[in-house]
Each structure stands twice: as structure tokens, then as C-alpha cells.
Design a protein around this ligand. Sequence first.
Ligand code: V47
Length: 372
Amino acid sequence: MTPRFDDPRVAAIAEKALAGKRLDFEDGVNLYRSPDLLGVGWLANRIREEKNGNTTWFNVNRHINPTNVCVAACKLCAFGRQKRHPAAYTMSLEEVWERAGQGYTEAVSEFHIVGGLHPELSLDWFCEMIAGLKARFPQVHLKAFTMVEISYLARRAKISNEECLIRFKQAGVDSMPGGGAEIFSERVRRIICDHKMTGEEWLETARLAHKIGLRSNSTMLYGHVETPEDRVDHLLKLRAVQDETGGFQTFIPLAFHPENTPMQHLPATTGFEDLKNIAVSRLLLDNFPHIKAYWVMMTPKIAQVAQRFGADDLDGTVVEEKIYHDAGSTVSQSLAREQLLRLIREAGREPAERDTLYRPVVRDEATFTVLV
Ligand code: V47
């Protein structure tokens, strides 16, 4: 059954999408500009159900941020610190390995490891960190390093990005998170992350990672100084790389949190914008299997609703989140498995625990030990 759309432009786009036709730049901008959130959401939900049925995925993961020391000083970020700042920290290798085992009783299936661009920690140090984690937690998937960290470490080690990726893969990295993409528009990058790699470099590094057999995620930071056109441009560039490589697993729209950043004069995003971004990305990224509503960023309340606007994944337990909490987030740092299950079931979805590569995880009911 097709609903009546409030906006005739959305009705026309729905006809196209439901006929299996690819949406274009103009469709994307019209979807962003339309106030018909329920129409756009209905359509995204239809496509979500075609791709993922009634399932919402989650995982049991732990974030580890070995250092917040960062040479980049991006205006979007409240996490990075200069080396001499009183709140700067850098863990020792032993601290990283110890932290990995702390704070959660249930067997974690993924470590999500990202950090600042530290001017002294070497590629060898990071390889040792990864190899040490693999040796201590062989069953845990290591999702580590953004494209930005790869490019920085490669440059400092005077090797190519491809060699750096190969070194990390050999050390034990299993896949890569989606951070650091921000918005590919160079005009916007000059304002929000002036010294970071360009959008084209981010995309090229993702291509290389996929080429050597590392799958990765992808993100887009929205809700700062970008336009709807910048967002659509970003999504279509990701879609083009995915056509080439098929290496992206999921897309995660990330709402900008302005507090404690040099852009704190900007207002935070609204629930309307957050749901719209989930829905539009589900519609434009027709070759992406998954869209993640990251509950830390969206709040558990909006992430729950997002399951009916195109999202089929809520991320995981997280345990200790720093990047959004430094930027003023007041949501919990961690969600227990039971809380995730409730968010999913109340939305009428079937919870399915996954590993990082979206394979179902089966646990012993009593002990939560991973069986498969
Ligand atoms: O790269 C930084 C963004 C990203 C702020 O791949 C900010 O599964 C909002 O990429 N306000 C890190 N956003 C988070 C990330 C991520 C999270 C969860 C899962 C996955 C995945 C990836 O957060 C950064 C940057 O784009 N960010 N500062 C801020 N003030």
C-alpha cells in the first residue's frame, strides 16, 4: 500500500525508487529540502525492509581511544588536545591491553580503536598495540584506525598508504571504522577540519583498504556549515566508491555536537534533521547493505525511532565513549545488552546480535559465551 504524500516531489521520487531506479543528485536535494518527513521516512522504511526484513542488528563492543593528543586541531572536534594540555592523555601499551579487558562481563566481539594524530607514537608502536590485543583477545574483531590515521602514520613512516594498511592487516587489524570522512566538500573542510586529508584522499584510502581485503564503514558529519547539496555530494561519492569496490559495510550519519568545540555558537541538530539524514542516506545509498543509527550520537530515543526511518543497526554496547562526551553529550556512555534489546523490540523489530562483519552471533543463554 502506498500512502498519500504531503509533498508531490516526494511522491515522484517514491515512484522512481519503488520501480528500482537509482535516485540522482536532484532527488537527494529534494528529499533533504522536503518537510514531508513522514513521506520520506515511509519510503526509506520500505527499502530498509526489502534489504533487511524486520531485523535490527547490534553488537557487543568496546571503544578504545589510546590517545587524545592530536596535531590536527579540527574545529569540529572537542576530543583532540595538544600534547602539553592538562587534559591530554596517552595510554601505554600495557594500559591499552588492560583497558581492553575491563568493564564488561559479557564477551565482547569487537574493539573499536581510534585516536588522535599523535606526533610521536610510531607505526611500530601501533602495530605492537594491535598484535598485543590479538594475542590477548584472539576471538575479538579489531576494527581499528580511520583513513585519516592511516594517511598520517604512513606519511610519518615514509611509506605509502597502501603499505601502511598492509602492515596493519598483518599485525591483526580485521576491518576499519568509518570516521574522519566528515563532509567531502573542500569548501566545508576548509572551515571545519582545515588540515585534515582531502575528501578525495579519504575516498582513495578507502579504495585501497577494500582492495587489500579490509572492509570498512563510512560516515558523514552533518549539522554544521554544510548545505543539502554538500550532503548529497558526499553520499553520491560514497555510492560511487561502493559501486567500484563493494567494501563498505555500513553508513553512519553523525550529527555534529557543537559543545566544547570552536564552533560551539552553532545550534545542535534536531530530531527532525537526524531522522531525515537516516532516511535520505537509506534512499541514496542503494548499494549499501546497512545504515546505522549510532545511539550515542542520536540519543537512544531517536535511534529507536530511526529503526522505522531506514536504519537497521544501532551499533553496540560501546562501554566507554569519549568523542561525543567531550562534545557535551549527556547520554549514557554504555548500554547493556538488555537495554539494546528493549529499544529494538519496542520498535517492533527483531534484535539480532552480529559480529563486525554482520554474521549472526550465537551465545549460550545462561553465560552469554559466544558459541558461533
Ligand atoms: O571522525 C568528532 C565525529 C567521528 C565530533 O565505524 C564528531 O562503526 C560530532 O566515526 N560532534 C568518530 N561528531 C565516530 C565514528 C564512529 C562512531 C561509531 C561507529 C563507527 C563505525 C564510527 O565522530 C569523527 C568525527 O567525524 N566527531 N567530533 C563532534 N564534536
